[in-house]
Design a protein around this ligand. Structure first.
Ligand code: FAD
Length: 443
C-alpha cells in the first residue's frame, strides 16, 4: 500500500507515525513545503521571548530522525500543488527534483492553516510579520534582536497575539495589544477575561479594545497604524495575529468538498468526499462537541488525534473523531487561564439554555504555604449536563479544567463532579477539591 501525506507537522507527522506502527510494509511518503517537519509551533512565542533558549529544541523531530525511526520517505521543500483524485495522483513541486507526479493508494491532507493577512492599505510592509513557522520565528527574532527595536504593536488578542505580547514584553519592548472585539481571548466570557486583561496591563502592556486596524503606513524605521477610531500608533514592529484560514488553496479545483472558508469537509472517520482521501488538523471542519454544530478549532491536540484516526482508517481499523471541545490554556505572566467546552456566547448562538455558577476556591489547603485563589466558572444545562468551564488563577487551574474537560467528554453532569474522588494532600488540593465544590454549588 502506498500512502502519501501532505504536511509534516501535527496532523501529518502523527498520521505517518501511527500508520507505520499499524503497517510495517506500507510505503509512506510525507511531503512538506518548508525545511522543517514536526516542529513545535506552540513553542515559537517562548523562543522569541527567550524562555526557550535553544533554537534546535523547537525541532521535535528532524526529517532524518523520522526517516530512520519510522522508515518514512520524508520529502522537504516539496509542495503538493495539485490533486488529481480521479487518477489517484498528486503533482509535487520540489526544489531538488523539479515538478513530478506521485501516485497513491491513500492520501492524507494536513496542510494546516495560515495567518490571515487581509487586504488593508500598507499591509505589505516588511515590518508587519505573522507567526506560523520557523522562518517566521527567525524573521521576528531577527528584528527583535536588532538594535533600536523598542516597540511592538500586536494586532489581535487571540492566543498567539497574547502570547506574543507577553513574550515581547519579557524582552523589554514597549508593547501595545490591539483587539477589535470588546475583549481578548474569544474562548473566555467577559467576566473571566477581565482578569487576564488586568494582568497584561499590570505588566505594562497597553491594551486597546474595540478598535480594529484601518491602515498601515511605513515611516522611516517604524510603521504607523491607523485604527478604525482614527487613533494613530507607531511601532518598530507589528505582529499581525488576527486569525487563520485553511491552507487549502491548492485543492480548490480538486473536487474536494470545502466549507465556506475553505475548510475540508470530512466525516467521523476523517474521510473526505473523494475516495481514499483523508484530512486532518487545522484545515478541516469539525463538529463542536457540545453544540453539535460545524466549526473549525485550530488546536494541536485535535490535529494530532485526527491524524491518528485518519491513519487508523487507512490501515483498516474503524476509529472515529467525535468532535472538538476546544479545551485550551494560556499563560498570562503569573496567571493561567484555561477553558473547555462552550462559553455563554456559543450557547446563546446555539439556543441552548444554561445555568452558570462562579466559585473562588484556593489552589490547595489554605493553611499550607503558597495557596492562591482562583476563579472557576461552570456552565451547565437544566438536566445538569456540563457544557463548559473556565478558570483563571495562579496555580492549579490546568488540573481543574482538565478534570472538568474529561467529565464533559464522558457526558457527565454536575452531580458527577460532586462524586469525583480526586487526589488530596494539603500541598496539592483540599479535601473538597474545587471541582467537587463547583459540583456542590451547581447542584
Ligand atoms: P500545521 O502544523 O500548520 O502543519 C501543516 C504543514 O503543512 C505546514 O508545515 C505547511 O508548510 C505544510 N503544507 C501546507 N500546504 C502544503 C502543500 N501544499 N504541500 C506540502 N506541504 C504543505 N495549539 C495548541 O493546542 N496549543 C498551543 O499552545 C498552540 N500554540 C500555537 C502557537 C503558534 C505560534 C501557532 C502558529 C500555533 C499554535 N497552536 C497551538 C496551533 C497548533 O500549532 C496547530 O493547531 C497545529 O499545528 C495544526 O496542525 P496541522 O497539521 O493541521 O497544521
Amino acid at each position: 500500500k502506498k500512502v502519501l501525506i501532505v504536511g509534516g507537522v501535527a496532523g501529518g507527522a502523527s498520521a505517518a507515525a501511527r500508520l507505520r506502527r499499524l503497517d510495517e510494509d506500507a510505503e509512506i511518503i510525507l511531503f512538506e513545503r518548508d525545511d522543517y517537519i514536526s516542529f513545535a509551533n506552540c513553542g515559537l512565542p517562548y523562543y522569541i521571548g527567550g524562555t526557550i533558549t535553544k533554537r534546535e529544541r523547537l525541532m521535535v523531530q528532524t526529517p532524518e530522525d523520522m526517516q530512520a525511526r519510522f522508515n518514512i520517505d520524508v520529502r522537504i521543500r516539496s509542495e503538493v500543488i495539485r490533486l488529481d483524485a480521479a487518477n489517484k495522483k498528486v503533482l509535487v513541486r520540489s526544489q531538488s527534483r523539479g515538478t513530478y507526479e506521485e501516485s497513491y493508494d491513500a492520501l492524507i491532507l494536513s496542510p494546516g492553516a495560515k495567518a490571515l493577512r487581509p487586504n488593508i492599505p500598507g499591509i505589505d510592509s516588511e515590518r508587519i510579520l505573522t507567526l506560523r513557522n520557523i522562518p517566521d520565528t527567525d524573521a521576528i527574532k531577527g528584528l527583535v534582536d536588532q538594535k533600536g527595536v523598542q516597540s511592538a504593536i500586536i494586532i489581535g488578542g487571540g492566543f498567539v497575539g497574547v502570547e506574543m505580547a507577553e513574550n515581547l514584553r519579557e524582552q523589554g519592548l514597549n508593547v501595545t495589544l490591539v483587539e477589535a472585539a470588546p475583549h481578548i481571548l474569544a474562548p473566555f466570557d467577559t467576566d473571566m477575561v477581565v482578569l487576564a486583561e488586568k494582568k497584561l496591563v499590570a505588566h505594562g502592556i497597553r491594551l486597546i479594545l474595540n478598535d480594529g486596524v484601518k491602515s498601515f503606513q511605513d515611516l522611516e524605521n517604524q510603521v504607523e497604524v491607523t485604527l478604525a477610531s482614527n487613533r494613530k500608533l507607531q511601532g518598530d514592529l507589528i505582529i499581525l495575529a488576527i486569525g487563520v484560514i485553511p491552507d487549502t488553496g491548492f485543492l480548490k479545483e480538486s473536487g474536494l468538498e470545502l466549507g465556506p472558508k475553505g475548510h475540508l469537509i470530512v466525516n467521523e472517520r476523517m474521510a473526505t468526499n473523494l475516495p481514499h482521501v483523508y484530512a486532518a488538523g487545522d484545515a478541516v471542519e469539525v463538529l463542536d462537541y457540545i453544540t453539535k454544530t460545524k466549526t473549525a478549532i485550530p488546536l494541536a491536540g485535535p490535529a494530532n488525534k485526527q491524524g491518528r484516526i485518519a491513519a487508523d482508517n487507512i490501515a483498516g481499523l474503524n476509529s472515529t473523531y467525535k468532535g472538538t471541545q476546544g479545551t485550551s490554556i494560556i499563560k498570562i505572566f503569573e496567571l493561567t487561564a484555561a477553558s473547555t467546552g462552550a462559553n455563554e456566547r456559543t450557547l446563546q448562538r446555539a439556543n441552548l439554555p444554561y445555568h452558570v455558577i462562579h466559585i473562588h476556591p484556593v489552589s490547595h489547603a489554605s493553611y499550607y504555604p503558597n495557596a492562591y485563589p482562583m476563579t472557576l466558572k461552570l456552565i451547565f444545562g437544566a438536566d445538569g449536563r456540563i457544557f463548559g468551564a473556565q478558570g483563571i488563577g495562579r496555580d492549579g487551574v490546568d488540573k481543574r479544567i482538565d478534570v472538568i474537560s474529561t467529565v464533559i467528554r464522558l457526558g457527565g453532569t454536575v452531580e458527577d463532579l460532586t462524586e469525583l474522588e480526586l487526589a488530596y494532600a494539603p500541598p496539592f488540593s483540599s479535601a473538597k477539591d474545587p471541582v467537587n465544590m463547583a459540583g456542590y454549588v451547581a447542584q
